[in-house]
Design a protein around this ligand. Structure first.
Ligand SMILES: Cc1cc2nc3c(=O)[nH]c(=O)nc-3n(C[C@H](O)[C@H](O)[C@H](O)COP(=O)(O)OP(=O)(O)OC[C@H]3O[C@@H](n4cnc5c(N)ncnc54)[C@H](O)[C@@H]3O)c2cc1C
Length: 398
């Protein structure tokens, strides 16, 4: 007999949000995580307003705010001309309990959720087991997971959520296509304690800085600034990541007489892809397993958390007797958001930043200035960029 549980592959933000919502509904959950502990790599650092509203139910938002940096404004800048437009999220105070972006590392959320889940006896964590393949029949799912000795373990449950990240073994095992493209440049992320706001006039804590030669993004967290730079993928990795080369790039962004202190450095490939299906029988994909996009706009983790809660709500209904067909609406709603909102907005942000044609650049900048100056357009723009609008539009999807 299958165990009467939901299996969640992957203990990232998406898997743990889904697990927490299911566990709160009284559903037993087994979380299967490939690593020996929760990953703590530097990835997402932006929580958008509706994501914080959604996370309130788990009692973790106060702690995230304490550990993070509340950012009511963010801006587009031009490298030469300075501020193009500053957007003020306080105009959304009637739309959200959190009219700001919270800059806080995603690993802080996963730790808070894990600690909360650990107090629930119906939740099991299996670390060091890598999901490998999936079989299912009319009543159950069997996940085969490998340990570090390559010994196979069979984990059975009634349903499986594949939240095992962009290279999802669950998605691959089901043969679900992941169409899209790979961005030609790599993204280099560097963290430094240097306080950019002390030397760059009127700098908001989140700034997208366009330039025809080299755009970049500056993101402030509680103690560090993070710099994101596009990087030629043909540059040999040992050169790209060397002290001298990184110092040279930092000095190009902002020359100063002393060297920069670098706390973290990472370079990664960026893809824009959406899975052809999110639902296959009793198996469901969410988060990066279902969609990936460039990090400009900070929609990957946020959109994944929105998936997780939508999925958990429908799966709870199915657990309580609704037809399995109910899950199709999860796919229709969340896949449409990935295709129409997340991908489009991330692509547009990149186009604005790296536009080389001077006339098109100027037109983009004029448009941003006009939006910021018009209260109605300003609010509508922020409803979209904060992802509130995508959640409101879902209701219309049958
Ligand atoms: C540098 C960077 C900056 C980013 N900035 C932002 C941002 O500001 N805002 C934003 O919204 N998004 C951002 N993103 C994207 C964001 O990090 C991801 O969208 C988010 O991590 C997705 O969460 P997830 O839980 O779906 O997947 P992941 O975070 O990748 O978690 C997957 C989990 O599954 C585990 N796993 C993997 N394979 C297996 C397996 N076979 N079996 C079992 N477990 C497995 C992994 O160890 C991991 O714990 C950024 C990404 C990067 C790389």
């Amino acid at each position: 007999m299958p165990e009467s549980r939901v299996i969640v592959a992957g203990a990232g933000p998406v898997g743990l949000v889904a697990a927490a919502a299911l566990a709160d509904a009284g559903i037993p959950v087994t979380v299967v995580e490939a690593e020996a502990d929760l990953p703590d790599g530097l990835r997402a650092s932006t929580f958008h307003s509706p994501t914080l509203d959604m996370l309130e139910r788990f009692g973790v938002v106060g702690s995230l705010i304490e550990q993070g940096l509340v950012c009511p404004t963010w801006q587009f800048r031009d490298r030469e001309k300075g501020v193009i437009a500053t957007f003020d999220l306080s105009v959304l105070s009637a739309d959200t309990n959190h009219p700001y972006r919270l800059q806080c590392e995603q690993w802080r959320l996963t730790r808070l959720l894990r600690d909360r889940l650990a107090t629930n006896p119906a939740v099991r964590f299996l670390y060091g087991l890598r999901a490998d393949s999936v079989r299912q029949d009319a009543d159950s799912v069997t996940l085969t997971a490998m340990d570090d000795q390559d010994v196979a373990h069979l984990i059975r449950g009634r349903f499986l959520i594949g939240a095992d990240g962009a290279r999802s073994a669950v998605r691959k095992s089901l043969g679900i296509g992941f169409e899209g493209m790979t961005i030609p440049e790599l993204y280099l992320t560097l963290s430094t304690p240097f306080q950019y706001q002390e030397v760059i006039p009127d700098l908001a804590n989140i700034a997208y800085i366009s330039d025809p030669q080299e755009w970049f993004v500056l993101l402030r967290t509680r103690s560090l600034w993070r710099l994101l730079l596009p990087t030629d993928a043909n540059e040999p990795e040992d050169l790209m990541m060397s002290e001298a080369r990184i110092e040279q790039r930092m000095q190009q962004v902002l020359p100063k007489s002393t060297p920069y202190e670098i706390r973290h450095r990472t370079a990664y490939r960026v893809h824009e892809r959406v899975a052809e299906r999110y639902v296959q029988g009793r198996v469901f994909l969410a988060g990066d397993a279902a969609h990936v996009n460039n990090p400009l706009g900070g929609m990957g983790m946020n959109g994944g958390i929105h998936d997780a809660l939508n999925l958990a709500e429908k799966l709870t209904a199915v657990w309580q007797g609704a037809p399995l067909e109910t899950m199709r609406r999860y796919e229709r709603q969340r896949r449409q958001v990935a295709l129409d909102v997340v991908q489009q907005q991330a692509l547009r942000n990149r186009q604005i930043l790296n536009q080389r044609d001077p006339a098109v650049r100027e037109a983009h900048h004029d448009e941003l200035r006009a939006i910021a100056a018009d209260p109605e357009r300003h609010r509508a723009f922020l409803l979209r960029s904060s992802m509130i609008q995508s959640l409101r539009d879902l209701e219309a999807v049958a």
